[in-house]
Design a protein. Structure first.
Length: 254
């Protein structure tokens, strides 16, 4: 049986451009930042259980702003919450393990803010820089979440993110500020192993961090989940490292 779960991060650059009257090109006066604009990610499918092979790029980034990959500010902790309702028994331990793996690969600290009853939907994502909430991870179904609604029965989950962009001194700057991961509770996978909720979560969390699908079947970010892969692979880790602490801080002013 083929499993699918759409997840991708593709956002058009929407950062505004500012113009300040009376300043020449050589003026040392700093140009104020534009008003932050938010972009929500789109989605793309990933398929599981079918054995395929390919050996192209080891990692790819989902979105670019100003010629740089869109990523979280690695100098600030990422807070997250877990929806307990609908989750398989023992799921929180597996979610924490997956989060820890992505945290280790990026060097970004993740802080668990506790359980919640909120359902993972697009409504969780911010529409402005006010009211940004922790990353939400949880199991639900198409009757309760727009992220899963209308999807084939074999869809495992959906990830959406929100990144903000500004123009500062004529340079476009962006950072991811929010994410929501909805896992389809109507699918029945083992918690760990190849093609499991653990590998699904790692794939989803890597998308939330800023990685896109690759054409290399030896990486977990390949759109066909491989039963022989039990965790992040060398390319996945290399890509996540470039999205993490080694890339430097991002300051949007909020």
């Amino acid at each position: 049986m083929a499993f699918r779960h759409p997840l991708a991060l593709a956002g058009a650059v929407t950062a505004g451009v500012v113009a300040v009257a009376g300043l020449s090109a050589s003026s040392p006066v700093a140009v104020p930042a534009s008003v932050p604009t938010v972009t929500w990610s789109d989605a793309a499918p990933v398929i599981g259980s079918t054995a395929t092979t390919s050996t192209t790029s080891l990692y790819k980034f989902s979105s670019y702003v100003g010629g740089k990959p869109v990523r979280w500010n690695p100098c600030a902790a990422i807070h997250w919450r877990f929806r307990t309702s609908g989750a398989p028994s023992g799921a929180l331990t597996v979610v924490k393990s997956a989060v820890s793996a992505v945290s280790s690969a990026t060097g970004i600290r993740w802080i668990y803010d506790g359980p919640t009853t909120s359902t993972p939907t697009s409504a969780w994502l911010p529409k402005s820089s006010v009211g940004i909430r922790p990353v939400l991870i949880g199991w639900t179904d198409g009757s309760h979440s727009d992220l899963l609604r209308g999807q084939p029965s074999a869809v495992l989950g959906m990830t959406r993110t929100a990144y903000f962009g500004i123009t500062l001194n004529g340079v476009q700057v962006a950072a991811t500020k929010a994410a929501v991961i909805a896992l389809d509770r109507t699918n029945h996978l083992p918690l760990t192993g190849g093609l499991s909720w653990k590998t699904t979560l790692l794939h989803e969390l890597a998308h939330a961090a800023g990685l896109a699908h690759v054409g290399n079947s030896h990486q977990l970010m390949y759109p066909v989940l491989q039963r022989t892969l039990y965790g992040l692979q060398s390319g996945d880790k290399a890509g996540l490292a470039k999205l993490g602490r080694s890339a430097g801080c991002i300051n949007l002013g909020f």
